[in-house]
Design a protein around this ligand. Structure first.
Ligand code: UDP
Ligand code: MG
Length: 328
């Protein structure tokens, strides 16, 4: 399969042993039905369960359509997708989650849009099947992102998306350490389109995003694509400095006219705590941006590839063994 296929499907996999059999069973028939040449690139993002072993088995079953990129350790979903982009050979690339929340049958719609000339197919989830707090949080974050970043899209959380080769190349040429791929594509595409896609409940297993990872991801999206938070902080700093100056003049005049006054201690506390809160918030915000610079200047690799299974060849060593072997 060294010739380029029409379509590369990139799927990040992190501890997905519960869902992989169902994914394989639905994905391959859906791709075969497309009538276009394709490759499926599974990117194992440092799974510690049997995922690598199962991917290897699937590679043996469908060696000509399957390629597996095994990363050294867990680098995160977006880094895993970048690794997949780097290895992909297709004219178009479609990303998909492993948990079947993005129905593989919907790829047909994306391929149609790409073939009709769009270079980026964004999506939004028609009837989202996630827990209530995730849906509510998403709504808020989507609203904030829409206001403070240049990225305009209905739903940045849906990872079933299509990218034409020039957009993939532009994303790959971006040397950002931590990034958000759909947002980059929105910036780089010339002929974007947005379509509605179906969404399902996770077919098996549990979400690989803890609350901490989710917050991190969304902070990265905001600080990675916008200076507005910093600008709001500096603008409110200027405003507060002005108000403080007026207050100072007022108090100085009262001191001269009325003499020393000792009342209003708690008002003073309230004011000081309020200002302290703003200062601490600002320092935290600055820290976020400084942290980004710190991560960026280290220039550590965004991912490390341990093995690639491809072109019908199975390397003699697949780095991580089936963990169940040890217990058998
Ligand atoms: N994923 C990954 N690395 C991670 C976390 C997640 O490759 O560190 C993959 C995961 O296997 C899945 C996709 O990213 O294919 C989306 O993850 P998940 O479905 O758990 O996220 P949710 O739908 O809960 O947002
Ligand atoms: Mg999911």
């Amino acid at each position: 399969m060294s010739t380029s296929p029409k379509l590369s499907i990139v799927i990040p996999v992190y501890n997905e042993e519960d869902v992989l059999p169902q994914l394989f069973a639905r994905l391959y028939p859906a791709m075969d039905a497309l009538g276009a040449s394709y490759e499926i690139l599974f990117v194992d993002d440092g799974s510690r369960d049997r995922s690598v072993f199962m991917l290897k088995e699937q590679f043996q079953k469908r060696p000509h359509e399957t390629r597996c990129v095994i990363l050294q350790t867990n680098f995160g979903q977006h880094a895993a997708i970048l690794a997949g982009f780097e290895q992909s050979r297709g004219e178009y690339v479609v990303t998909l989650d492993a948990d079947l929340q993005n129905p593989p049958e919907e790829v047909r719609k994306l391929l149609h849009e790409l073939e009709s000339g769009s270079d980026y197919v964004g999506t939004y989830r028609a009837d989202r099947h996630d827990v209530f707090w995730r849906r509510a949080a998403s709504k808020i974050i989507n609203g904030i992102r829409e206001k403070i970043t240049p990225i305009k899209m209905t739903d940045h959380g849906c990872m079933l998306r299509g990218y034409a080769r020039p957009v993939v190349n532009a994303i790959l040429s971006t040397r950002e350490s931590v990034t958000f791929i759909p947002a980059l594509a929105a910036l780089y595409s010339a002929r974007p389109v947005e379509i509605e896609v179906a969404h399902e409940e996770r077919a098996a297993g549990v979400s690989k995003y803890s609350l901490r990872k989710l917050i991190r991801l969304n902070f990265d999206l905001m600080t990675g694509f916008s200076l507005v938070p910093l600008q709001i902080f500096s603008a409110s700093g200027v405003l507060l400095a002005f108000v403080s100056a007026v207050l100072f003049v007022l108090l100085a005049v009262r001191r001269i006219v009325l003499g020393p006054e000792a009342e209003g201690l708690f008002t003073l506390f309230a004011l000081v705590f309020f200002l302290l809160g703003i200062i601490l918030f600002g320092i935290g915000l600055l820290g976020e941006y400084v942290g980004r610079i710190y991560v960026q200047v280290r220039e550590r690799p965004r991912f490390l590839i341990a093995t690639v299974l491809e072109d019908g060849r199975l390397p003699s060593t697949v780095t991580r063994r089936d963990p169940e072997e040890a217990t058998r």
